[in-house]
Design a protein around this ligand. Sequence first.
Ligand SMILES: NC(=O)c1ccc[n+]([C@@H]2O[C@H](COP(=O)([O-])OP(=O)(O)OC[C@H]3O[C@@H](n4cnc5c(N)ncnc54)[C@H](OP(=O)(O)O)[C@@H]3O)[C@@H](O)[C@H]2O)c1
Length: 237
Amino acid sequence: MTGGLAGRSVLVTGGSRGIGRAVAEAVAEAGGSVHVLCRDPSSVETLARTSGGAVWPADLSDEASVWSALDALQDRLGGGPWAVVQSAGAFDVAPIVETSVADFDRMVSINLRGSFLVLRALLPGFLDRGFGRIVHVGSVAGRRGFPGNGAYGASKFGVRGLHEVLVEEVRGTGVAATLLEPAATDTPLWDPLDPDADPHLPGRAQMLRPQDVAEAVSFVLSRPDDVRIPLLQIERG
Ligand SMILES: NC(=O)c1ccc[n+]([C@@H]2O[C@H](COP(=O)([O-])OP(=O)(O)OC[C@H]3O[C@@H](n4cnc5c(N)ncnc54)[C@H](OP(=O)(O)O)[C@@H]3O)[C@@H](O)[C@H]2O)c1
């Protein structure tokens, strides 16, 4: 995608770490301006600024902070970004019988409701312009049940539902939506679980690399305007 995004701005939620960070780096490398939404801007400020973008701190579980960050972004750009990649997310593993209501609400609030908030803020601008790329990072856990994924899986099945409705609602408008479904990917998301020490979890050496997922995003963003990729599943084999 070298140079392919020159003059284009891409908002990457969760661009400070893991998959989102790899996407932010790929966008910058392709000449795009990277805008990042996350809670802690410190690790990604230089990357965003150097690319011509900025970090917009917000907590996806706090509606007011999301509206305020995305209003400010759209003011700065004089409209919305050219594309949004929704990679921010949280992950926990616990059997349903040990999942508290608060933990369930937190997962749904960040992964599903947070994705809806960002979409709700940007979609009107995309539709007005008759152009926009929307990429949601879902998960293999949004299609299959895994033990311990009661809250996470429910939130990612919800993201898939939101995406599938979106695909139908933007058909013929010039706006394109893609759901990526990566399998386990070696990112800091796994750090609290130490997967190499747990035989029930995939080992890090068997996982996808964040760059594998970022390359899939680059592929989607570099398709011609009249090509749609509603779904892309990514596995390590
Ligand atoms: N890693 C995997 O195995 C895997 C597999 C399939 C799908 N996924 C999905 O891929 C996406 C990225 O995961 P990852 O592995 O890259 O995770 P990660 O390394 O833990 O990064 C998560 C990112 O989300 C941001 N974030 C977390 N909570 C947030 C909140 N409340 N408000 C705003 N930003 C928040 C974090 O930034 P701050 O902490 O600064 O807010 C960080 O940038 C997630 O949607 C995840 O579900 C991951």
